[in-house]
Design a protein around this ligand. Sequence first.
Ligand code: 5AD
Ligand code: SF4
Length: 478
Amino acid sequence: MIDIDKYFTPDLKKARKRTKNETEHGSFELEHKFEKLGIGKTYKIQTYGCQGNEADSETMAGILNNMGYTKTDAETEADIILINTCAIRENAENRIWGELGRLKPLKRKNPDLILGLCGCMAQEEKVVNRILEKYEHVDLVFGTHNIHLLPQYIEQAYFNKERVIEVFSEEGSIVENLPKVRAHQFKAWVNIMFGCDEFCTYCIVPYTRGKERSRRPDEIIQEVKELVEAGYQEVTLLGQNVNAYGKDFKDLDYTLGDLLMDLDKLGMPRIRFTTSHPHDIDDKTILAFKVCQSVMPHLHLPVQSGSNAVLKKMNRHYTKEHYLDVIEKLKQAKPDIALTTDIIVAFPTETEADFLETLDLVNRVNFEGAYTFIFSKRAGTPAATFEDNIPEVEKKERLKRLNKVVNDGYLRASTKYVGKTIKVLVDGTSKHDDRILAGYSEHNKLVNFKGSKTLIGQIVDVKVTIARTWFLIGEAVE
Ligand code: 5AD
Ligand code: SF4
């Protein structure tokens, strides 16, 4: 029999509650006793899901480095393996279950290995119960609110040889001063807020990431200043719903638009932000595209559906008409702005007529790209109880039809750049040929061109010669 009481396990109902508690702001400091714990030992972190998880993994790597651990890519050698998970759709979770099964033999070979699961899946009761019952080889489970406690968890798992399971359902405090090992040398993620209070009926995120909490502007400004000094070329401001930034400040009237205006003065060449919500986006943020040189002309603005009936059932708080108005305002502020989106097809009760509204919206906006998904039932969310009356073949057919329209949009957008000279931040070499450089344009298009590796990390002028659906090919302008 497993004694669940000795663990701190998650509770989705508790996670749904929004407390009136003021957000606590703390500062991370590594206790002296943890500083040498990892000397001579290695870790590997596997990250799934969104940029929020990528940023969290950078923090975990920073903490482990400060404890003396070193990173390894060889899982057979690792003393710690952390799986940072995503819960957004069922197939994301299935991948993780498969991965946990695959890693089991490693534990047999090296009983000292600490295998840990963290991220959004760890916040779900059904996941933690399944781990308790069937995945004995997982030693450590911690959630999204307590990453800063990683040193304690590792110490307990290592010295007591006991399973450590600690997941807080209520939102955590904002912890500053967390060490980070950034994955890129010239592009950085910067969290500006945590959590989401939108409660779209299909979405698990408000339960796994807690209520909206904004970082103080001075902390963000300081972080970006340091990144400028360190030679970074681009920052992406992160939050589940960045347009709600600052709404939780009781002493300050300060929104995302204000933050963009302040960050624009710091000399960071490129600023991006994600993810935006069409109902929260305000005029000052739209204005920032026009007046802030560093704010890049690309916006990812998830629409989810073009049908007002479906948007209502999704609890999105806007109509198709409102969305189109926002797009109009954005195009007025920045006529060449590149727009991308997320769309869910086959939401419960979506009719053919609803779906045609989505296709119509996609055509009208002229998106330059979109992530498209079939609705996936997430236990604990309201939509999981909605009658799912659409046959499986029909769901797949709608996704296929949508993707055709979306891909036509991608190619149309790519073609627009042929003959133009655009600025590309060079990320590295192409995966297929190391004589080819790869980077992203201001409009967030992937661009390949021939050039010297010394250009990596620089913003260079490239003349576009060929358009492909997913990327552009060009030549460096001497
Ligand atoms: N099913 C399908 N897609 C989903 N998304 C979020 N929740 C679900 C779900 N239950 C999509 C939304 C969101 C993106 C990150 O993932 O489109 O914008
Ligand atoms: Fe999920 Fe909606 Fe919040 Fe985005 S805005 S994280 S889709 S609940």
